[in-house]
Design a protein around this ligand. Sequence first.
Ligand SMILES: Cc1cc2nc3c(=O)[nH]c(=O)nc-3n(C[C@H](O)[C@H](O)[C@H](O)COP(=O)(O)OP(=O)(O)OC[C@H]3O[C@@H](n4cnc5c(N)ncnc54)[C@H](O)[C@@H]3O)c2cc1C
Length: 392
Amino acid sequence: MTDGASASHTDAETAQIRAAVRALCADFPGAYWRAHDSARTYPVEFVEALTKAGYLAALVPEEYGGSGLGLATTAAILEEVHASGANGAACHAQMYILGTILRHGSDAQKAQWLPGIASGELRLQAFGVTEPTSGTDTLALRTTAERHGDDYVINGQKVWTSRAEHSDLMLVLARTTPRDEIEKRTDGLSVLLVDMRAALDNGLTIRPIRTMINHATTEVFFDDLRIPTANLIGEADKGFRYILDGMNAERVLIAAECIGDCRWFTEKSVAYAGERKVFGRPIGQNQGIQFPIARAYAQGEAAALMVRRAAELFDAGEPCGAEANMAKLLAGEASWAAAESCLQTHGGYGFAEEYDVERKFRETRLYQIAPISTNLILAYLAEHVLGLPRSY
Ligand SMILES: Cc1cc2nc3c(=O)[nH]c(=O)nc-3n(C[C@H](O)[C@H](O)[C@H](O)COP(=O)(O)OP(=O)(O)OC[C@H]3O[C@@H](n4cnc5c(N)ncnc54)[C@H](O)[C@@H]3O)c2cc1C
């Protein structure tokens, strides 16, 4: 698969960044990821290396100490991370959660939080939206934040709050006005920044969830957690719109990771199909092996164009909801097709941990479920882009 799937081919700066990311990732080979995967431990050294190199501050404007790169270049960074066999999910949210503060926070909030986030001194990589009872139906969430003087008091529970144990700050979506008291169904939710250092065991409890991949995900419980009203981002009751705003960037970046996965699987498949001999000839000589690899490659190349288009629109400040969603849908399906053909190409060895195929296979499957499931993207396209009647 060609480089430049999500950034301009003529952009010399992006090409240099891609090369530098590849060099950094070379220090974290398969054995490193296997060890963390098997122990379900956080890849601290990798996250520190990305932080030190400034990559996690790619989207922070220069005035706050970040590198002020666009989304296309940031996508290129994550694509390279995944093409190397690594997993950006350990820290990718540090790149995009801050977008909500950037777009909707006050000048004082930006000055207070962004420099620390840019330097890596402050981790803002936990995002509490999903709840056990509401799932995809975000407007049905039950966590409440009640105003008491200069504080909000938060009660409720989130689930799948990834990286909460490795974050200093968490962006939380909570209900500030009961559903039956609002006029517009999308009103009544607010975005709050929780300083987890102060909150932990002081109203905030985190419980890790062991999952089929090494994802550092958790459930979090709020029990009369008090946070200052100064930590409300933007206007009260308008938080749902702010969260939706941030989702295009997230979708493009996750899609870029899928493109990186496609490249990794395709390279592995081609190498193994060329060297493995059965019946006296390379298995890659059989069209039954060639075709699924070729088809997944074509899907990946097509998806990469959509990722690039969505990122360019985002960087130009143009609407990109349809493109960002299609990029995520197509790239997620392409990486899964590449994973499936890679596992099949490796036969029994695809199941052996030392080949890394089974690990990447498990990891790339997530992207058809999170951060948004394939069905919900299709529903968005059908209803909001094509104008079909609403199904929910
Ligand atoms: C490893 C991992 C990490 C995650 N990290 C985070 C995080 O950091 N922060 C966070 O807030 N969330 C996170 N999530 C949650 C993730 O965003 C949700 O799991 C996802 O949005 C789906 O929600 P759900 O699991 O509740 O599924 P449900 O909403 O229960 O849906 C189950 C299935 O039904 C389908 N479905 C539901 N409604 C419809 C419909 N109307 N039409 C058609 N199909 C439908 C869905 O597509 C899905 O396939 C994470 C999840 C995982 C697994």
